[in-house]
Design a protein around this ligand. Sequence first.
Ligand SMILES: Nc1ncnc2c1ncn2[C@@H]1O[C@H](COP(=O)(O)OP(=O)(O)O)[C@@H](O)[C@H]1O
Ligand SMILES: [Mg+2]
Length: 437
Amino acid sequence: MAYAGPYNLQGINYQKEEWFAKVVTKGYYISDVFLGFRKYPHIIIAVLRREGGKAWIMRATIDSDIFESFVKRAQMGRKGDAFLVNEKHELQTSPRFGGHAMEDMELPFRVEGRFQGVRIQELTVSHRSYLYGWTWLENKDWLLVIREDPEDELRPLFEAEYLIWVLLASGVMVIVAGTIAVSTAVVRRLEKTEREKAELDANLTQSGKMAALGKMAAGVAHEINNPLAIIREQAGWIKDLLEEEEIRKVPQYQEIADSVHRIEHHVERAKNVTHRMLGFARRMEPAMHAVDVSKLVAETAQFLKTEALLRNIDIRLDLADGLPATNSDPTQLQQVFLNLIDNAIDAIGKNGQITITTRLDQDKNEIAAIFADSGCGIPADKLDKIFDPFFTTKKPGEGTGLGLSIAFGIIEKLGGRITVTSTVGTGTTFTVFLPAS
Ligand SMILES: Nc1ncnc2c1ncn2[C@@H]1O[C@H](COP(=O)(O)OP(=O)(O)O)[C@@H](O)[C@H]1O
Ligand SMILES: [Mg+2]
């Protein structure tokens, strides 16, 4: 025998005890509550286990306090009671009202042997009506008895339940209708806000990019301008030297002269770029005039007519008469139009047409200048990049990637906007909107 616990049970022989016989025949044994030599109410549980031809019996002693607390959890309300009795109606746990464990308990109902399930009955005990429920425990011949006072305990409960149902039924309708109405409104609002936010974000991102890159461009332009000035000065100096008699006689004279000429030419080109970068960066305050957009478009197209003719590109003008003027900086606006036509010519290369239309959108009080070309088009994934400074698909020397970003900045500053639609292989349309004054 192995034992773990506070008592000295070594050497005790249980073989003759009743529980021992029961555990061997039934496989388990649960005692009634008894005092034993511990002088404290407790029960014993013994379990038989067979393993590999050997039989083990485990016997545990449990304080009745412990399962009493379980039983008491079944007590409800101020007058509810719950307790266990054995077959002889001896209490196994202490009821809340009268009696202690191991005392006899007088039950107000008759129990005839074991039965399945729960019996419930309303019974009168000392002129009071109680609701009794009783059931046999599984595995042990103990009866669990639960007593409730329907007057005090259940009525408010029923009333509360009824009230809850009424509230729920009417409340649910109101809540459902309210929820639908509110959520529809909220969803609409969210969608609208979301759309506005996306538009605003796109504008802000573009403006933010421009501002940051503008600063950078200004820095770069200044940094490059200084060495450029020195290079030009030195080239001028070489040119002066080349005028001297002895040097004119040097066999490589012509080669040197050509090189100097080329240096000057390319310095000039670089200066142009930095100049444009500075212009882009500075965002010079525009000098405002009342501008006739149709007239300005016609003039600008005139500039590029020769270039277009050479490439067999037809520039068609569809200009609205009597447009209201827009308050604008004509030089800058012309720069935008030039950039757009220039890009269109590049996109076509050879043989094609550019249609420039002007019209008034009376609803929005806006003037629109539409530049449609039959060029190569712009792939969708590039559409949101073309206004970025330095974005170009052209060969180095042919494109700077600044044209559209400058145009975007100018139009924004003039209080207008610029949009683009494009289909690869069909052509591209840029539209410049300007506020009519
Ligand atoms: N009309 C157009 N058709 C097709 N692509 C265009 C058109 N306009 C602009 N693009 C594209 O946008 C890019 C950026 O244009 P831009 O800012 O003017 O710089 P750049 O002309 O120096 O390349 C171009 O390189 C080209 O890929
Ligand atoms: Mg360009």
